[in-house]
Design a protein around this ligand. Structure first.
Ligand code: SF4
Length: 334
């Protein structure tokens, strides 16, 4: 791990047992052998279709689901933890340092608690404050940081709009002073104008508090405008990872190219060139052999059906897992 790395995973896998009994159960590999480095203070995007394993990877890095294979570690410069074996008081401390912002601001907040109590709950559960005054002071400080009206702390969530509720969720995630936040589709349920407001807030928190974000999203336009670095997932594996600008200007993996071509373009020529992604993502319980994308890839050849490509780093920080990426780069789009 370099000095700059907050989270590192090596061959990280997460499997779930499906079905009961001795003979009719099998393992669903939601995340399979992922290597990832998330730099401190970065806004790291994770993209892919639904069912690609993004959410499970995020949960595994938060220790919310068990890691079945490989290793993962956390190092914020103050403490370092092996996430594979973390338990007891260290796990309790990690909960304070690593938090989640949920997707749905309507479902995430208890309708029976006031905004003050919702934000204060992690402080009380984790024993981070000793008196009610201390808790109230911290709640007010964080609410102000999230641009919530302090007059509204005694109200209940139903009195707020989607954007305000998401700011309450962010304040709750922020109150324990985390260094790492997983934002899982955190703006997906909001109107476009409100999305911009919440994204600006997250970027402000990254800049002012040095928080590292793992930003999980299916919305590539949002990722292009907010993230420093992006990883693309397909069927539990990372297929491409690069600094955002490199990835969006010169994608190397056919899956990434197909995802990007689905972004609406104002250029009519671009629209004509759009490479449609056909078919469904295969079931994680019945994965194809070789390259997992070969059943949908327009560039698949024989080797793709039998040999899985490794994630290759050609030395320019732009990693890709495809047997043909070099030769495809040389092909001029028609
Ligand atoms: Fe397509 Fe083959 Fe590359 Fe997989 S390895 S993305 S099937 S060209």
């Amino acid at each position: 791990m370099t000095d700059e790395t907050l989270i590192r995973a090596d061959g990280l896998s997460v499997g779930f047992k499906i079905g009961g009994g001795l003979f009719n159960s099998h393992i669903l590999k939601a995340v399979d052998g992922v290597n990832i480095d998330i730099a401190r203070g970065s806004f790291f995007g994770l993209v892919g279709e639904s069912g690609s394993g993004k959410t499970t990877l995020g949960r595994a890095l938060l220790k919310a689901v068990p890691i079945s294979d490989g290793t993962a570690s956390y190092d914020d410069g103050e403490v370092s933890y092996d996430l594979t074996t973390l338990q007891g008081p260290d796990l309790k401390d990690y909960r304070k340092r690593a938090q989640l912002i949920f997707q749905d601001p309507y479902a995430a907040l208890s309708p029976r608690m006031t905004v003050r109590d919702i934000i204060a709950e992690p402080l009380e559960v984790m024993g981070l404050t000793r008196t009610r005054e201390e808790t109230d002071q911290r709640v007010r400080e964080i609410a102000a940081k999230c641009r919530l009206n302090l007059e509204h702390l005694r109200r209940f969530p139903h009195a707020f709009s989607g954007g305000q509720r998401q700011r309450i969720s962010i304040a709750r995630a922020l109150v324990s002073g985390p260094k790492f936040i997983v934002a899982d589709e955190s703006v997906a349920a909001l109107d476009v104008s409100i999305q911009a407001d919440v994204l600006n807030l997250l970027k402000e928190l990254q800049r002012d508090l040095g928080i590292t974000f793992l930003f999980i999203s299916h919305d590539l336009s949002v990722v292009a405008h907010t993230c420093d670095h992006v990883a693309v997932m397909y069927l539990g594996r990372l297929v491409e990872t690069a600094p955002t600008r490199k990835l969006f200007t010169a994608p190397r993996h056919p899956y990434t190219k197909a995802l990007f071509s689905a972004i609406p373009s104002l250029d009519p020529d671009d629209r004509g060139r759009a490479q449609k992604l056909t078919g469904e993502i295969p079931s994680p319980t019945n994965q194809p052999p070789g390259c997992k994308f070969h059943t949908r890839c327009p560039n698949a050849i024989d080797i793709c059906k039998v040999q899985e490509p490794a994630l290759e780093n050609p030395g320019d920080g732009h990693e890709v897992a495809c047997h043909r990426w070099r030769e495809l780069l040389e092909q001029v789009p028609g």
